[in-house]
Design a protein around this ligand. Structure first.
Ligand SMILES: [Ca+2]
Ligand SMILES: [Ca+2]
Length: 255
């Protein structure tokens, strides 16, 4: 049975059979935005205008959520990050470096190769919930750099501008056992823990969310659900300022 994570909850990474969970994935499934308007789409072209069939569907707008991670050592110093390489454009890296010096570039792999991020999904599900994760981070705890003591997972809404977590149709985070042998990581079903990004009223105006952290405790890895949302806008960048999210975690969540 998957654990339904509540804000502030701490869990041991222990499976039902008593062994430790060391290889797993953290996935986020979310839906595109609907505008409230309808649009007509062609379902059959017909011939010379005869027999053409159309239907009206909800008009949808791309919703680009970004799942990212940061890793710190025992002194709370930044060791590595895992965020989309699509942030590596000049405007973003220049703006980020003003906030945090030495922030690693966006990459699909962590430096120690223990964590991998699937390609950036910039749209969300269209035409309803497909039940598959849109962005996934795979983790092999045995390969994590011994200097790393905490690994934070967080979400940023990259676009559209002005959207907050209260306005998104749905977003769920799940942690599943995954040893790398299954061909399609999106279809892994062995759920260990699950977290619904609930539509809390205090998510109004908030476009960044600290999901939780993996941390070492007495030689073992544990997970703590955090679930705190805030605003990562700075009035300079057109969209997400992911460096502000990282700065917030470094300043307030490293204990
Ligand atoms: Ca994305
Ligand atoms: Ca999906």
């Amino acid at each position: 049975m998957a654990i339904r994570l509540e804000k502030g909850q701490r869990i041991n990474l222990e499976k039902d059979n008593g062994s430790k969970l060391t290889k797993f994935m953290v996935g986020c499934n979310w839906g595109a935005l609907t505008t409230g308007r309808k649009k007509e789409i062609v379902i059959k072209e017909g011939f010379l205008g005869f027999g053409r069939e159309t239907k009206w569907v909800d008009e949808e707008v791309d919703l680009d959520l970004d799942l990212s991670c940061l890793m710190v050592d025992a002194n709370g110093m930044l060791v590595d990050t895992l965020y989309s390489p699509l942030y590596n454009g000049r405007i973003y890296l220049a703006a980020f470096s003003k906030i945090i010096r030495g922030l690693p570039q966006g990459s699909d792999w962590s430096k120690d190769r223990s964590m991998y991020h699937t390609p950036d999904d910039t749209e969300g599900d269209k035409g309803g919930d497909d039940g598959l994760d849109n962005e996934i981070v795979t983790v092999d705890l045995e390969k994590v750099n011994p200097n790393i003591h905490q690994i934070f997972f967080f979400l940023d809404i990259f676009s559209p501008k002005g959207i907050d977590f209260l306005k998104i149709p749905y977003a769920t985070i799940r942690m599943c056992e995954y040893d790398g042998t299954q061909i399609d990581v999106r279809r892994v079903t062995n759920e260990f823990a699950k977290y619904d990004v609930a539509k809390e009223q205090n998510f109004s105006g908030k476009n960044a969310l600290i999901l939780g952290k993996l941390y070492r405790h007495n030689g073992e890895w544990k997970f703590a659900a955090i679930g705190d949302a805030f605003d990562h806008s700075d009035g300079i960048l057109p969209n997400s300022n992911l460096a502000l999210t990282i700065q917030k975690i470094l300043n307030q969540y490293i204990k």
